[in-house]
Design a protein around this ligand. Structure first.
Ligand SMILES: [Zn+2]
Length: 295
């Protein structure tokens, strides 16, 4: 081969590579377009953070966000189901509880850490975690009692067997809470007052006074002593801040460290109740700058 032919030959090779690269790029862009998923960097900051915490907590279920037909943002699940992220409605506190969108579900930031004078007196309707999109939890844990039960396992917790969902790390997290408490328990005989009798975990039921499924239905909530104060039945709500502050802080810390929230921090208080909500714990930590979430 003489030198005059070498140049076009090399050119041809590069052109072919270029064409291949362009073709691959088109395929990739086409796939993105087909899925409709938006790049996180194109989302408003609140939606970007909410998507990051949901993906970190439930990577197998949460795919991303996309625009719905109405142009509003929707959360896209791995099976293609779409849940409205932000429908733009202004809600009363009651509507936020009965019919939230995903944004409303995550908007109130759970106050991690020991209950102090301020956090034991939550503002009216400050119930971080009580606003729940039921379709999200059925997608996560099961659409029927039978489906939920199929994926539950018996976790040892303070000497009891506690049925908890194996999905999304819930049962493993509860098992670690149990280990944390078992290590501390010998030094705290007084904990018996809140730990016994054990209220239980899995129970397919609606929340009292509502049509909405309790988180106990999904095997991701646990009740300690059922005699602990509950907002619907408490006769002396003025005593609650002191009782919240007197509740063993190490028990709350053990649960929060494993992705659980405590109903003692709600205006609609429920001191026996702990619930596996890693997305809320992650969001609280991210907003405090304690963790950084990848996108
Ligand atoms: Zn409960």
């Amino acid at each position: 081969m003489y030198p005059g032919r070498a140049y076009p030959h090399v050119m041809k090779k590069y052109l072919r590579l270029l064409a291949l690269a362009a073709f691959a790029l088109c395929l990739f862009a086409g796939r993105l377009e087909a899925s409709g998923l938006l790049s996180p960097k194109d989302l408003p900051p609140e939606a970007r953070l909410d998507l990051a915490v949901l993906r970190a907590a439930y990577p197998d279920v949460v795919s991303g966000m996309a625009h719905g037909a109405d142009g509003r943002l929707a959360l896209v699940l791995a099976d293609g189901e779409r849940l409205v992220y932000d429908d733009g409605k202004v809600r009363t506190p009651e509507e936020a509880e009965t019919n939230p969108d995903i944004r409303t579900m995550l908007a109130q930031v759970y106050p991690l850490g020991p209950a102090d004078a301020a956090s034991s007196r939550p503002a009216k309707d400050f119930d971080p975690g009580r606003r729940r999109v039921q379709a999200f939890f059925t997608a996560l844990y099961g659409h029927s009692e039978a489906e939920v039960r199929r994926d539950c396992e018996n976790v040892r917790f303070d000497g009891h067997g506690a049925l908890f969902s194996k999905r999304h790390g819930a049962a493993a997290a509860l098992s670690r809470v149990g280990e944390r408490l078992a290590a501390l328990r010998p030094a705290h005989p007084e904990w018996r007052k809140v730990l016994r009798p054990f209220g239980g975990t899995l129970s397919w039921r609606v929340i009292a006074g509502t049509q909405r499924l309790s988180m106990h239905s999904f095997g991701i909530a646990l009740d300690l002593d059922p005699r602990l104060p509950y907002w619907r039945t408490e006769r002396h709500p003025e005593t609650i801040p002191a009782r919240v502050q007197a509740f063993p802080a190490e028990i709350v810390a053990a649960f929060e460290a494993e992705g659980f929230i405590w109903g003692g921090k709600w205006a609609a208080f429920d001191l026996m109740h702990f619930e596996y909500r890693p997305e809320l714990v992650l969001k609280a930590k991210a907003l405090r700058g304690e963790i950084r979430l990848g996108e």
